[in-house]
Design a protein around this ligand. Structure first.
Ligand code: DGI
Ligand code: FE
Ligand code: FE
Ligand code: FE
Length: 189
């Protein structure tokens, strides 16, 4: 297992500078949410740092890495390989960053689509990814404080924004994105 300063040093070489800065932002935001919701700070920090560790590989390399590691690729991912950076991230987190913790690996795997029945760490990383300080969307004034008041409500609002965005851009939707939204909307009622 690596110390976080070692992880950061390696990560800086794997990512473009802006994405490295984003990852640091997600990491500290995840730590803050872990403080509020009483989760393991170290695990939140590591998941935040590594959630996008597979993102700056070429799409070709992403597809190859999945093939080599027997990772299922659905049709949406085949047509939109950027979605694969989450699954690819779990492979790199295990091989290069020596992460073994299942909760950390799951949080990386589901950080883009979410999943029904998300763990607390899944939610922390999903939300931190969207609200971290380097992000500039206009809905953040509402969502940043909300994350520290009602994590599930914040999660649903981010899912809704994401789905609206995908529809507007006519991008293919992964079934998990929709299933996650339906699952949490149902829980809200
Ligand atoms: O990697 P980041 O940019 O930090 O964040 P992310 O991994 O959460 O990716 C966000 C992007 O992923 C955003 O532009 C919306 C997109 N996305 C989320 N769910 C889906 C999706 N894109 C497609 N095509 N289909 C989805 O279901
Ligand atoms: Fe990502
Ligand atoms: Fe996200
Ligand atoms: Fe991210």
């Amino acid at each position: 297992k690596y110390e976080t300063h070692t992880i950061k040093k390696k990560l800086k070489k794997d990512l473009k500078m802006y994405r490295y800065n984003h990852s640091i932002g997600v990491s500290y935001t995840a730590i803050c949410l872990a403080m509020k919701y009483e989760y393991d700070l170290k695990k939140a920090e590591i998941a935040g740092l590594l959630h996008d560790c597979g993102k700056d590989l070429s799409n070709n390399k992403k597809l190859k890495l999945c093939a080599k590691n027997n990772i299922d690729i659905n049709t949406i991912e085949m047509n939109w390989p950027d979605l694969l950076h989450a699954k690819v991230g779990t492979v790199i987190a295990q091989t290069k960053y020596k992460v073994e913790d299942k909760e950390v690996l799951d949080a990386i795997q589901y950080h883009t689509t979410g999943r029904p029945g998300m763990t607390l760490l899944d939610k922390i990383i999903y939300v931190a990814d969207y609200i971290e300080p380097n992000r500039i969307q206009k809905d953040l004034e509402e969502l940043r404080p909300l994350a520290f008041i009602d994590l599930d409500l914040c999660l649903i609002k981010i899912l809704k924004n994401t789905i609206d965005y995908l529809e507007e851009k006519k991008r293919p939707m992964d079934s998990l994105t929709k299933e996650t939204y339906d699952f949490y909307l149902d829980k809200l009622k």
